[in-house]
Design a protein. Structure first.
Length: 288
């Protein structure tokens, strides 16, 4: 491992801006592209000419926007991902977040070594903290009641589900946990939460002021949404396609906040540090 890396940060949001700043502060050679409209971004470049010399090229999280092009909200440039990868050399290390099958195929065609940092366990665990805190922030802003004494249901008991339940209970909420696996429900009960099996949710959804979904599956369909109290708020923390039938929610008048990419929105500095740590772990493991 060398003491100094040459890293290009290409596209992204405030997380990538902070990532570039941290790497620069630590003495690495940093270049940025498709971030020119962000404040404080180090070494913005007009093109990707020098990117092929980089030890690592870091793409955003997610790497592609909804249009399939590079996710670059701080740039007027919206290049195809293929155009970005064409500027790199075979064998080059590329780190991308939530890489799609299409991006993986493009990288393989160009013989690039692409690593999806979103799949790293250390990033997933660390990201769960700002995600859980962001859910608390949204609930405090949107609910007309205090969280103390509020009836809260957390659906799913993975990394995000656990930390979300802990944060709400710490503020005095009465927290229940719904999960599909009996082992998860056993853990939830051991932590002191009221356990509810997902298949039995239909019988108890009317009892909550707030439902927070963390499960990456469509668990809140039209039938279940119809059972919620009129003032109940639903916060969906699941990635696309989400866990809520949004069309049904709109028709039923259910308030739903689909809170995607919360770490980058509520704690971009922390999220940037998490990215920095994960990218460094990848490069160290590769012996770069």
């Amino acid at each position: 491992m060398r003491n100094e890396w040459n890293i290009w940060v290409v596209g992204g949001d405030l997380r990538q801006v902070r990532l570039a700043q941290l790497l620069c502060e630590e003495g690495h050679t940093v270049h940025t592209w498709a971030l020119e409209e962000a404040e404080g971004v180090p070494e913005p470049t007009a093109d990707l000419t020098g990117a092929r010399l980089a030890d690592c090229v870091v793409l955003p999280l997610p790497a592609a926007g909804e249009d399939g092009r590079l996710n670059a909200p701080f740039s007027a440039q919206k290049p195809e991902l293929a155009t970005v990868l064409d500027a790199l050399r075979p064998g080059q290390v590329v780190c991308a977040g939530r890489a799609s099958p299409e991006l993986l195929a493009l990288a393989e065609e160009r013989q690039l070594r692409l690593f999806d940092y979103f799949r790293r366990e250390e990033l997933a665990v660390a990201n769960a903290v700002p995600t859980a805190e962001g859910a608390v922030q949204l609930a405090m802003e949107e609910l007309p009641i205090t969280l103390h004494g509020a009836r809260v249901l957390v659906v799913g008991f993975g990394r995000v589900g656990k930390l979300t339940a802990h944060r709400f209970r710490a503020l005095g909420a009465r927290v229940s946990v719904a999960a599909r696996k009996w082992a998860d429900l056993a853990w939830a009960e051991a932590y002191g939460y009221a356990p509810e099996h997902l298949e039995g949710l239909d019988e108890c959804l009317c009892a909550y002021d707030l439902v927070v979904n963390t499960a990456p599956a469509r668990v809140l369909d039209a039938a279940r949404l119809a059972q919620l109290e009129p003032d109940c708020l639903v916060i969906d923390l699941a990635s696309r396609p989400g866990g809520v039938d949004m069309e049904a929610a709109s028709e039923l008048g259910v308030r739903v906040i689909w809170a995607l990419s919360l770490p980058g929105k509520v704690a971009p500095v922390t999220a940037g540090k998490i990215l920095r740590d994960t990218i460094c772990h990848i490069l160290c493991e590769l012996g770069v």
